[in-house]
Design a binder for this molecule. Structure first.
Ligand code: ZN
Length: 317
């Protein structure tokens, strides 16, 4: 959890406000391949439940929120070092409820995270290329941060942790990070112990209520990580919804601009035209995970973030 200095307003108010001020800018579809088989963790009833009930994660919904700081990580824009796992400690509040609340109250609470996950939705509200305020200054400068919402049934819990594990794995793959439990994926509890800047112990206590542990969660992250990596390496494309009609095409590209000190980006607008992004760019000679290719007016673009595309001319390998 992150600190809440004010109580949440009623859920009815949150729901009523939910449709205001957001624009859905894209979805990232889970790329679950059948070609990669991974061992199941026999020690986790929840993980077994997920497998036996064929529970699969939902798509990531990207809805850029109101957090107005564009702070690079300590290693730079688009260079997180891993993912911090939180839970909200707010029973009954959905990902939508939490997003609405944080989008309104972050200037008063001095808290914000990248994403909220519940049984039905993965709601990403801050571009993960930039840092948020979730777990103290050291961890904030290093990690993507995702909050699990509290639910009340085993089925919902299983679905919600599947979604959180999938989100975590997809961010590791997006940023070309290894999956190293306790290092590239940490609980807020781990963060508190390691750097001592916060006292929170989530999600350990909430997991325990369901007989679940971080080790079991890591097994689930590993399963999705291997599936995503397997799909990426196979060069197969997904056939799901994508942003702006691009062709799904997952791999890692390296970009460089020999004419300048950075590689520019464009966004596709609702009318299909491109617009140069003026406040962000890619550093020269940096690797980027790309999941889509799109052609416009004879130029080919590769997608590197929700609606950030790089001209193929800058791709060196
Ligand atoms: Zn936390």
């Amino acid at each position: 959890m992150v600190s809440k200095k004010k109580f949440m307003t009623t859920l009815a108010t949150s729901v009523a406000l939910a449709s205001i001020g957001f624009t859905t800018v894209g979805q990232v579809v889970p790329q679950m391949g059948a070609q990669v088989q991974t061992a199941q963790a026999a020690t986790s009833a929840i993980n077994d439940f997920i497998t036996n009930n064929n529970i699969t994660p939902v798509s990531i919904t990207n809805e850029e929120g109101t957090f107005s700081y564009w702070t690079p990580y300590e290693n730079g824009v688009g260079k997180p070092e891993g993912v911090v796992i939180h839970e909200t400690a707010t029973p009954g509040a959905s990902a939508r409820n939490e997003a609405t609340y944080f989008n309104r109250e972050w200037p008063n609470m001095y808290s914000y995270v990248h994403a909220f996950v519940d049984a039905n939705e993965i709601l990403n509200i801050k571009n993960t290329d930039y840092a948020v305020w979730g777990a103290g200054p050291t961890a904030n400068a290093k990690f993507v941060q995702v909050e699990l919402c509290e639910v009340s049934t085993t089925y919902s819990f299983a679905r919600s942790v599947a979604n959180q594990a999938y989100y975590t794995a997809s961010k590791l793959v997006q940023y070309n990070l290894p999956f190293t439990p306790g290092v590239t994926v940490m609980s807020h509890n781990d963060v508190s112990k390691k750097w001592g800047e916060t006292t929170h112990t989530d999600p350990v206590g909430y997991f325990a209520k369901w007989g679940y542990s971080m080790d079991q969660f890591y097994d689930l992250v590993g399963k999705y990580y291997n599936q995503l990596k397997g799909n990426t390496n196979s060069g197969n494309t997904n056939n799901g919804v994508n942003n702006g009609g691009g062709t799904a095409n997952s791999n890692v590209i390296t970009v460089n601009n020999t004419q300048g000190s950075y590689v520019p980006l464009v966004a596709f607008q609702s009318d299909g035209t491109t617009k140069k992004i003026t406040n962000r760019a890619l550093a020269n000679n940096t690797p980027w995970y790309t999941d889509q290719t799109k052609t416009y007016q004879g130029l080919t673009y590769r997608r590197v973030a929700t609606n950030e595309w790089v001209d193929q001319g800058y791709v060196t390998k």
